[in-house]
Structures are given as C-alpha cells and as structure tokens.
Design a protein around this ligand. Structure first.
Ligand SMILES: Nc1ncnc2c1ncn2[C@@H]1O[C@H](COP(=O)(O)OP(=O)(O)OP(=O)(O)O)[C@@H](O)[C@H]1O
Ligand SMILES: [Mg+2]
Length: 256
C-alpha cells in the first residue's frame, strides 16, 4: 500500500511494511525520599522488523509488555524513535491505532459490553453499517469456533473463552499489524492449536504482521523471528530455536 508523506513521520510509502525502533528508551520516575529517580524499563532498543511473525520472550518484568505497547502508542518512548510503517505513534497516534490491533493478556482490560456479540458489534461500529454488524460479528466468532458464545454473558465465560472473545473483537476490525501480549496464557491445548492456525492464516491469507510475547517456548516456535528481552534490553535476536536456547542459557547462568 502506498501511503503519502506523513507530516513529521517520514515517508510512509518508502517504509511500507517496516517497523523500526531506534535508540528507544522507556523509564519510570520513582518517588524517593531524596527526589524522583529515573528507573529504566527499556534501554537502547534498536530494531527493524519486516518479518511476518515475531515473538518476544524473556523473564517476568524484563520489559516485553512495555515493548509491545510501544507498537500502538499505549506506551511512548522517553527518547529515541518508533516508526510503524513510517508513522510515528506520538504524532500520528490515530493512524497507528487504526493499523495496529492490540490484544491484552487480561481480556477484562478489553471487553466492555455484556455479551461477546455486542462487544464485537461495538468494535465494528465505525466500519460496518448497522444492518450488517450482527452477521459480521457472528462470522468473526465463528472463525474462532466460538459462535455458540455470542449471546452469553461475558461475566459467565471462562478465562480462555474470554481471551478468545477479546481476540475476536480485535480481529473484527481487520488490523494490518496484530500485537498480542501472552495470548495463550488462558487457553487449553485445543484452543492454543486453534490460535496457532488462526495466526498462521492471518499471515498467509491477509498479509497481517503478527507480534506476540509468550512464556510458552513451544508456541514461540510459530514465529519467523524471536527477540529475547533481558532487563529492558534486546539481548538476542534470532530464529525461535536459537533464541529459546539463548534464553534458557541466560536463565541457567542467572540461577547459578
Ligand atoms: N507504568 C509503569 N510504571 C512503572 N513501572 C512499570 C510500568 N509498567 C511496567 N513497569 C515496570 O517495568 C518492568 C517491565 O514490565 P513489563 O510489564 O514490560 O514486563 P514483562 O516482561 O511483560 O513481564 P511479564 O512476563 O511478567 O508480563 C517491570 O519492572 C515493571 O514493574
Ligand atoms: Mg508482560
């Protein structure tokens, strides 16, 4: 897709299908008795991503969710620059958010309506005429094998069912880039395999680029590229098999 030159954001057309991070740092200010102290969360992240599917692995608290949230401007860089297909989330937040779908680990962060059907219809309100919303929403639920949940109360759904509904609500708006933060945490084996197929299909049939974090090192194998994050830095960048090995070594060396 050719996108015109974006004000202040570089030439999106020249950088179509490229995500880049240059010298990105994110931190938090801790209130201490001696004043505010800057605590780094991500340090000097440099990345160029053109792959269809990238996974991010690393220990609890290493910075994976923070890194993922930079992709759609939920978190902004304190210094350095993030460009999503030439668009700067700081300056062109709306365009970036319409391109990047974000699925949270906790579906409760996302589901706002009483039933899955209503939630997805709400997601569709800006793109699909009212008369077609119900059918479109049902077909998205059907794609994930959960059409039978359409009219159930979201409060009565199991954790895994809710995680799938949250994914359906994001897929309904047809994102070009899909970011998922630990999407398998609540899923059983069957649904994890279903998710594997859905993600592979999105890449193959719709050209969606997928970025996900995970603690499931087997699931990480689905990706073309794997980044290992440790203490806020990307310390390995390789294929999933190599990155997983490096991550295991890192953990073993830490515990000795
Ligand atoms: N809004 C915030 N304010 C202050 N500190 C934060 C904030 N968000 C995250 N952190 C801190 O940044 C570090 C990285 O957090 P992050 O959630 O990115 O880790 P993670 O790799 O996703 O961990 P997990 O595997 O447990 O999900 C942690 O020490 C966390 O406490
Ligand atoms: Mg996280």
């Amino acid at each position: 897709m050719i996108v015109g030159r974006q004000p202040g954001g570089g030439a999106a057309g020249e950088r179509a299908q490229e995500i880049s991070f240059s010298e990105v740092c994110v931190g938090a200010l801790d209130d201490t008795p001696t004043g505010d102290v800057y605590r780094p969360i991500l340090t000097d992240v440099n990345l160029t991503m053109t792959e269809s599917m990238t996974t991010i692995i690393g220990a609890n608290g290493s910075g994976k969710s923070t890194l993922l949230q930079l992709f759609n401007g939920l978190v902004t860089a304190d210094s350095g620059r993030v460009l999503i297909d030439g668009l700067d989330p700081l300056e062109q937040g709306k365009q970036v958010r319409s391109r990047v779908g974000f699925v949270f680990t906790d579906p409760a962060a996302q589901l706002v309506m009483p039933t899955p059907l209503e939630d997805i219809e709400l997601s569709l309100r800006k793109r699909v005429p009212k008369s077609q919303r119900r059918d479109t929403a049902l077909s998205v639920l059907d794609e994930l094998g959960i059409a039978d949940l359409a009219d159930r109360s979201v409060y009565e759904l199991s954790g895994g069912q809710r995680q799938l509904v949250a994914l359906a609500a994001v897929l309904a708006v047809d994102p070009q880039i899909l970011v998922l933060d630990e999407p398998t945490t609540l899923l059983d084996l069957r649904n994890k395999e279903k998710l594997r197929t859905v993600l592979a299909d999105l890449v193959a049939r719709r050209g969606v680029r997928v970025i996900f974090s995970t603690h499931d090192l087997d699931f990480a194998g689905l990706a073309d590229r794997a980044l290992v994050v440790d203490s806020g830095r990307v310390v390995h960048d390789a294929n999933p098999a190599e990155a997983t090995r490096a991550y295991r070594e890192l953990i073993m060396s830490d515990s000795t």
